[in-house]
Design a protein around this ligand. Sequence first.
Ligand code: NDP
Length: 283
Amino acid sequence: MSDTRSAGRYGVIGNPIRHSRSPEIHEQFAQQCSIALSYERILAPLDGFEHSVQDFFQSGKGLNVTLPFKEQAFELASHNLSRRARMAGAVNTLWLQDGQLHGCNTDGVGLCADLRRLGHDPADRRILLIGAGGACRGVVFPLLQAGCELLHIINRTSTKAHDLREHVVALEPDTSRRLSAGGLDDHSGDWDIIINATSASLQQSLPELPDARYRKHSLAYDMFYAGEPTAFMVAAERAGADQVADGLGMLVGQAAASFAIWHGVEPDVEPVLAALRQHSGHI
Ligand code: NDP
């Protein structure tokens, strides 16, 4: 394309923020789509998120939000939330429309897109989701919307898994038959997809699930990403998962969905994912 469009100033806000890979992802998407933009990392003080957002939107057009501010972003955009943001109770994508702040959560669509890319469309699958923190809140409704047969959430603190289920069912009563919850040892049956959405991988640890059973053609997915297979991925392979994957594709997928909201264009995730993996020695 020769007509490069000018799209302005974008960024990702968090604390800490130095580790964020969003700038390289959005810059590659922009190049693909011939859109001229700047995309920066913004370190907001822990007690200064709202001020930093207001300051950014004096001239900025769109913000990604990361830890620990997704719930605060939800509050800030509370008058203009997408359905996905309301279901998640958290926002990772902010933009101005008609002078008003709008918010969406793209984590779940990013995950679903990556599952499809890996050949595991969530439709009609039995899915075990481990964890009940921020990442889980963002993916529960999109997995249900994608048509999974059953989504069972288990968490070390089982009350949090039950609370998450109740939150979703209260907003979307039709999901009640397909959504269940329990503690870590409550996972009888076998699974097409098991997703690790705990932060255990950060410590190269894994949630203890000694007798988790994988079905044929199953996938073990760790939302965490690193330059090598995570402890969860290694254990899942031993336990009989046919395929294992880390969460780098989800990261690129959620960025692609934010990009589409801001620019009205769906970028191609494959070359960006390949470049990220090559750059950092990712598997
Ligand atoms: P939170 O801190 O909000 O939640 C952490 C969750 O992990 C809780 O459910 C907690 O259980 C559980 N947990 C922590 N340690 C253990 C353990 N040793 N055994 C069992 N359960 C444990 O984190 P997030 O939800 O924000 O993030 C979770 C993971 O997802 C991280 O690895 C993060 O990097 C990744 N992530 C990836 C994204 C991507 O795009 N690929 C996007 C967002 C997150 P309890 O409630 O009992 O404390």
